[in-house]
Ligand binder design. Structure first.
Ligand code: ZN
Ligand code: ZN
Length: 109
């Protein structure tokens, strides 16, 4: 089960992200990409301007900020191991550990 928390980007962060984004197109609200969790920080995917890293909106209560994190290097088992769409050292499951509807996983890497 995917975490159901959404967060609207604060205007200043949205502007900053759009200014740096290659496409100039950034969602105004993001859903936490982690598996359902009770506590801790939520992480919503923003963009991946460079190979190997991505921007994430991190929030916890009223705290919210933009962070750049390296991609999670762990791939699924098997010869065609599926890559994980999260960031290195994330909490909860890797994205390939749970079945997700394709339209809900905007994974580009
Ligand atoms: Zn969450
Ligand atoms: Zn992972």
């Amino acid at each position: 089960m995917r975490c159901a928390h959404w967060r609207r980007l604060p205007l200043d962060l949205a502007r900053e992200a759009r200014g740096k984004s290659a496409s100039g197109c950034v969602d105004s609200a993001v859903q936490c990409q982690l598996s359902a969790h009770e506590s801790g920080e939520h992480y919503g995917f923003i963009d991946d301007p460079e190979y190997g890293t991505a921007w994430w909106l991190r929030w916890c209560g009223t705290e919210v900020g933009l962070v750049v994190l390296p991609d999670c290097p762990v791939v699924g088992p098997g010869p065609d191991g599926e890559g994980c769409c999260l960031f290195a050292d994330h909490a909860e499951q890797h994205t390939w550990e749970e079945a997700r509807p394709v339209e809900e996983a905007p994974c580009i890497s």
